[in-house]
Design a protein around this ligand. Structure first.
Ligand code: BG6
Ligand code: MG
Length: 219
């Protein structure tokens, strides 16, 4: 493995616990259409764009919508999601995240965001983290959903770090696959069984020792 010179963070489910709000809002949408989906199916929605998520949900419910209805449903889902995150603050940063970000900042390691979400900037502002990022690449900047590596390749380019020197933190299967396809080191945050394709998996940032990160920066 090459020395790590830049770090890319996914947002939802990595920096903030917003993954549960995406789940709630999609679940409500499916229920309103008369069906449901499981938490296991929800793993397939993590990291995936808004459009692709709705396409998958409709497939699960054997339902189709006209183009107009499709757009309306996405807007309703997003409004619901935004209503869940109105009061988001720095208190909602997941445990252990700030410690790692601060360490990387002290070590002068550039930090980039690589998220599928179009709501990334307001979330980073609400949590007071926006200034910590040297680059932000989100759902407004990409045309291909994870597992396509586009978002991470742009994120690496924006901080001027070669892909083999990048480390990606991800909570989704699609995101881990995207990092692997990009040729970057992947660290999964979540369950080992789900994220087994990642180079390393931790159940949360609290489990990551600073020494572990230090080694990645020096060896
Ligand atoms: C990803 C989330 O980060 O962003 C997905 O894991 C979400 O659940 C996707 O659907 C798109 O987010 P948004 O905020 O643009 O609807
Ligand atoms: Mg995520």
């Amino acid at each position: 493995m090459s020395k790590i010179k830049g770090v890319i963070f996914d947002l939802d489910g990595v920096i903030v616990d917003t993954a549960k709000f995406h789940f709630l809002a999609w679940k409500k949408l499916a229920n309103d259409l008369g069906f449901d989906f499981t938490e296991l199916q929800n793993e397939e929605l993590k990291g995936v764009s808004r459009v692709r998520s709705l396409e998958k949900i409709l497939e699960w419910g054997n339902t189709s919508l006209s183009e107009d209805e499709f757009i309306k449903k996405m807007a309703v889902k997003n409004d619901n999601y935004l209503s869940y995150i109105t009061n988001l603050t720095s208190k909602d940063i997941l445990p252990g995240v700030s410690r790692i970000i601060d360490f990387l900042t002290e070590e002068n390691i550039p930090i980039s965001l690589g998220s599928a979400s179009k709501n990334a900037r307001p979330i980073l502002k609400k949590t007071g983290l926006i200034e910590k990022f040297h680059a932000i690449v989100d759902g407004n900047d990409v045309s291909k959903a994870k597992p396509d590596p586009e978002v991470f390749l742009i994120a690496a380019e924006k901080i001027g770090v070669a892909k083999e020197n990048c480390l990606v933190f991800e909570d989704s299967v699609a995101g881990v696959q995207a990092a692997n396809i990009a040729g970057m080191m992947s660290i999964g945050i979540g369950e080992k069984d789900v994220l087994h394709e990642a180079d390393h998996v931790f159940s949360s940032f609290e489990e990551i020792e600073i020494d572990f990160i230090k080694k990645l920066l020096t060896t």
